[in-house]
Design a protein around this ligand. Structure first.
Ligand SMILES: Nc1ncnc2c1ncn2[C@@H]1O[C@H](COP(=O)(O)OP(=O)(O)OP(=O)(O)O)[C@@H](O)[C@H]1O
Ligand SMILES: O=P(O)(O)OC[C@H]1O[C@H](OP(=O)(O)OP(=O)(O)O)[C@H](O)[C@@H]1O
Ligand SMILES: [Mg+2]
Length: 269
């Protein structure tokens, strides 16, 4: 909701309201259970939806990911008791509890493993302790839930998931809707970029400007403006927010001065 608000959409959800109309943007928002979003989008009842990549892949619906949104990041992994099942091949003939049976089933078929899938709605980690399954396949973020249940992950992660924007696959949208979806994607991308990048300004001597530009290459190329003071230049560039302090240390080392870092509110790059 924060992402959509930052992208200029009007979302003021009152208690228990299941939908809301954003008249200014000509968009209606519906709040659905995570598992149901792909069903609505796949059927074309909703044009686009925000859901998890794992849920989208598990749904088997005719909905496709069009933009990763960078939040709710997790890994989808197998886990079992230490000393129990420790590789995917050993799942053959075993019971695997999961809320994502289609995703897990396809993964196992792809590796020639036949397991008995036990479908659960949640709190899947308890299935091993309770003797319902020999292993689980579930969402892992910090790993706390696995640890608390006395389980350890094994095998390569089945999937790296995050929240994604998905749209109906096949079935053509009207030209107006096509434009509205494109605008939504551009706006969301703009907000994500604005969170990822910062603007850096500084001044340095012209004899170190090449080195300075290597440190802050920007997306295309930095903007250089001559200063009134002979032999000095001002540099402006877009750089990744991550590691910005280290970059400023490097700039200071080569004699850059008046280094300013500015947050971006929104952008289209
Ligand atoms: N700890 C977590 N960290 C990051 N993402 C998570 C985490 N737990 C769940 N998710 C993601 O949230 C999405 C929805 O799953 P989740 O199981 O949370 O739904 P839920 O809140 O249980 O839904 P319901 O309304 O049906 O109870 C999935 O894409 C999943 O990857
Ligand atoms: O690695 P962690 O940081 O512990 O996060 C992962 C846990 O979070 C989710 O559970 P959720 O709270 O959605 O409950 P659920 O199992 O009922 O879906 C997921 O199903 C895992 O159990
Ligand atoms: Mg859950």
């Amino acid at each position: 909701m924060q992402l959509l608000t930052d992208a200029g959409y009007q979302l003021h959800r009152n208690n228990r309201e299941l939908s809301m109309l954003d008249r200014a943007n000509g968009v209606e928002f519906f709040f659905q259970r995570p598992k149901d979003i792909a069903v609505y989008v796949g059927s074309g009842a909703l044009d686009v939806g925000i859901t998890g990549r794992d849920l989208l892949m598990d749904s088997g619906e005719a909905a496709k990911e069009i933009l990763p949104l960078g939040f709710a990041k997790s890994k989808f992994r197998f886990a079992a008791k230490p000393g129990g099942v420790s590789d995917v091949a050993a799942l053959d003939g075993r019971r695997v509890a999961t809320s994502y049976p289609t995703l897990v089933g396809k993964y196992l078929v792809g590796r020639g493993v036949t397991a008995n899938l036990v479908k659960l709605e949640g709190a899947v980690e308890n299935a091993v302790k309770l003797g319902l399954a020999d292993a689980v396949a579930d969402v892992v973020e910090t790993g706390t839930s696995l640890r608390n249940a006395g389980l350890v992950a094994f095998g390569e992660p089945i999937l790296a998931s995050e929240a994604v924007l998905a749209r109906t696959e096949g079935g053509k949208l009207s030209p107006e809707l096509e434009v509205a979806v494109e605008v939504l994607v551009q706006r969301l991308q703009g907000v994500l970029h604005a969170r990822e990048f910062v603007l850096i300004d500084y001044v340095c001597r012209t004899d170190v400007v090449d080195r300075a530009c290597e440190l802050t290459p920007g997306r295309e190329s930095p903007t250089l403006s001559p200063l009134a003071k002979e032999g000095w230049v001002a540099v402006r560039s877009l750089v990744e927010r991550q590691g910005i302090q280290r970059r400023m240390d490097e700039l200071t080392k080569i004699g850059a001065e008046a280094i300013l870092v500015t947050k971006l509110e929104a952008c289209r790059i």
